[in-house]
Design a protein around this ligand. Structure first.
Ligand code: C2E
Ligand code: CA
Ligand code: CA
Length: 660
């Protein structure tokens, strides 16, 4: 009885111990699950797992191998206990060792699996089977790896109970690992997004810097950093608007002999001179004043609130700073300037008038060598501004600064370039390109247009002959103002020119339409004579003037050119389309060739082809080009170029007997 009681008591004690152990294990599991679950940093989660697992199964060492993302290797990512330094961080092939067995079977390894192994495997692993536990970590989405326990603390083997505990634990650990991994992915994505955002901000910053730079370049002069002409005009206009009748002065400062300095000492010295001068001017002026570099060696200054006296004082100040010697590129350069002054409001109420009058005053200052001149309504109006232009144009003619460019005309029926229009270009000595509309009207106003036109006709005829010699049969059109044609010396002079070059036809003279109000009979006579010389007459800018086609019928005219303003808009504007179509129809009914100028795109070209227009000219084919570039264009163009037969070319350039 007593014996039995003792036995019972032993049993009860053992059971109680087991229960306590269970309780402890469950408590540990719960606690671990909580700790692990609330940690999101992957490395910390892994460390927590191995530490707790070691406690749970009383192992000397616990290791945590995880499969690599590519699933070609596994890596010991964490460890706890003895000798872990040797193994943590190590990567091994997927099928290596006990781990390989677990990955393959997705089941835990423990002593109990020995019976399932092949003899060979059994021999290999039997010795240590009891000292190793390895349970797989299976997440919701992926197979992750495993948790391995090595050597029971204090010797002995792992029990089935240890296995169950570790399996239970692994289920929770896997979820925690997966969460932490997902979190790591989120963090990574976040960092990448932040990086992209940063990059975007940098790009945006750069973009706005570029924009600013562009704006700067369009408003400021690159060389001196001063406002350029357009910003100056803008500022002065605003200033004037705000001032009402408050006085102001506009100064034009033009450096003397700048061109000479540029030519003799070089452009770099010229640039340096402008930079230094600009810097000195800025210092000499009041901060409230506006100074700008208008062009070349010309500066403009707006002095707000200034009258004649104070403007003169400021102007003297500007000349004085130039007076101090300049050292430029190893040279000592003496620099002087001329200054013209126009006053607001008495010399002009808008920027253009003020600039014009200050400009005139500046030219007077230079002509009279007085340094500074204030515009004088009585004496200066219409004066040396014109004078300067006449001088410039005359010099340009003397120095042969003009050049003819040629723009091809394509005959649509044959897709052939049958002619070119000669268009004049003028690059001034200072390098500035002057638009033809501008210098042509100046030439007309100054009476130099005669000389210019003879130069153009002479050059064009020469070119026609030069091309003929190379078998290009190109009709060359020259723009001749009606005033030149109507001059009594025109026909005699022209026949001499024709004689000299021996051109038999192949030349067209373009005259503008709005001329038909002059001496009609005389014009008729001249055009008839031209026809006799084989020179065709073309009516330019047709549609912009007042002549009617019925009136044209009575003139010996070969061709009309529909003004580019209609052609350029004919696809958008119904009105223009109607004008183009009816001009083609009526012109052709009168036996005239019809040319459309200003053809800028293929759609317009196609439409003109449909309308049976004879020829086209425009940027879509080519702009006006210098001879060499035009010939290069011929070589690669899809258009054929009109050529002479052998027999014809033999007679070219022999001098001549006039007509053909
Ligand atoms: P224009 O006689 O009507 O010459 C045609 C103008 O249209 C040229 O301008 C030419 O470059 C331009 N042009 C040609 N194709 C197109 C195009 O597809 N689109 C646009 N928007 N324009 C096109 P440019 O060369 O500036 O000449 C302007 C004017 O100056 C000429 O108009 C002509 O009246 C006059 N001009 C030019 N050279 C001479 C010349 O040697 N003597 C005379 N008296 N006047 C000339
Ligand atoms: Ca023309
Ligand atoms: Ca025209």
């Amino acid at each position: 009885m007593t014996q039995r009681t003792n036995e019972d008591q032993n049993l009860i004690a053992a059971l109680e111990l087991q229960l306590r152990q269970r309780d402890h294990a469950i408590g540990l599991l719960r606690e671990t699950a909580f700790a692990v679950g609330s940690e999101l940093d992957l490395d910390k989660v892994l460390q927590l797992i191995v530490d707790r697992a070691r406690e749970l199964i009383s192992a000397e060492t616990v290791l945590l191998p995880l499969l690599n993302p590519d699933c070609d290797e596994y890596t010991y990512r964490a460890g706890s206990g003895a000798n872990i330094e040797e193994i943590v961080g190590e990567s091994l092939p997927l099928d290596f060792g006990v781990c390989g067995w677990v990955w393959k079977h997705r089941r835990p390894w423990w002593r109990g699996v020995l019976s399932e192994l092949s003899v060979q495997e059994k021999n290999l692993w039997e010795k240590e089977a009891g000292t190793l536990l390895l349970v797989p970590l299976v997440g919701r989405q992926h197979f992750l790896g495993g948790i391995a326990g090595l050597n029971k603390s204090g010797g002995g083997e792992f029990t089935e109970n240890d296995l169950q505990l570790l399996e239970l634990f692994a289920g929770q650990a896997a979820i925690a690992i997966e969460n932490a991994m997902a979190m790591e992915g989120v963090e990574l994505a976040k960092r990448e997004a932040e990086q992209a955002q940063g990059e975007l901000q940098r790009v945006n910053k750069r973009l706005s810097a570029v924009n600013q730079e562009l704006e700067y370049l369009s408003l400021y002069d690159e060389l001196t950093g001063l406002p350029n002409r357009s910003l100056f005009r803008d500022r002065v206009t605003k200033e004037i608007e705000q001032r009402g009748d408050d006085s102001a002065a506009l100064l034009i400062v033009d450096i003397d002999r700048f061109q000479e300095i540029n030519d003799t000492l070089g452009h770099e010295v010229g640039d340096e001179l402008l930079r230094v001068a600009a810097g000195r001017f800025v210092k000499a002026l009041d901060p409230a004043d506006t100074i700008s570099r208008m062009a070349g060696d010309e500066f403009a200054v707006l002095l707000t609130g200034a009258d004649t006296q104070s403007a003169m004082t400021s102007a003297r100040g500007l000349l004085a700073v130039l007076d101090q010697t300049l050292h430029l590129g190893g040279h000592e350069v003496a620099v002087t300037a001329g200054i013209g002054i126009a006053l607001y409001p008495q010399h002009g109420r808008d920027i253009s008038t003020l600039l014009k009058h200050a400009d005139v005053a500046m030219l007077v200052a230079k002509r009279d060598k007085v340094g500074i001149h204030v515009f004088d309504d009585q004496r200066d109006a219409g004066g040396p501004g014109r004078f300067a232009l006449v001088r410039d144009l005359r010099e340009a003619l003397d120095a042969e600064e003009f050049e003819l460019y040629y723009q091809p005309k394509v005959e649509l029926a044959t897709s052939t370039i049958t002619g070119v229009e000669a268009l004049a270009r003028w690059r001034r000595k200072d390098g500035a390109f002057v638009p033809p509309d501008m210098f042509i009207s100046a030439l007309e106003q100054t009476g130099l247009i005669q000389r210019f036109t003879w130069w153009a006709l002479d050059t064009a005829m020469r070119q026609r002959i030069a091309w003929l010699k190379r078998r290009f049969d190109l009709r060359v059109a020259v723009n001749v103002p009606i005033s030149v044609i109507m001059d009594s010396q025109f026909m005699p002079e022209l026949s001499r020119l024709i004689e000299r070059h021996g051109v038999h036809g192949g030349i067209t003279i373009e005259i503008t339409e709005n001329v038909f109000f002059g001496d009609y009979d005389h014009l008729n006579a001249v055009l008839s004579q031209l026809q006799g010389f084989g020179i065709e007459c073309s009516i330019d800018d047709f549609g912009t003037g007042h002549s009617s086609l019925s009136r044209l019928r009575q003139l010996p005219v070969a061709e009309i050119k529909i003004d580019r303003s209609f052609v350029m808009d004919m696809l958008q504007s119904k009105d223009d389309a109607v004008i183009v179509k009816s001009t083609i129809d009526l012109g052709q009914n009168l036996g005239l060739k019809v040319v459309a100028e200003g053809v800028e795109n293929v759609q317009t070209l196609q439409q003109l082809y449909r309308l049976r227009c004879d020829s086209v000219q425009g940027f879509h084919i080519a702009k006006a080009l210098p001879v060499a570039e035009l010939e290069a264009f011929f070589a690669h163009s899809k258009w054929a170029v009109a050529r002479l037969g052998d027999a014809e070319s033999a007679t070219v350039g022999k001098g001549g007997n006039g007509g053909n």
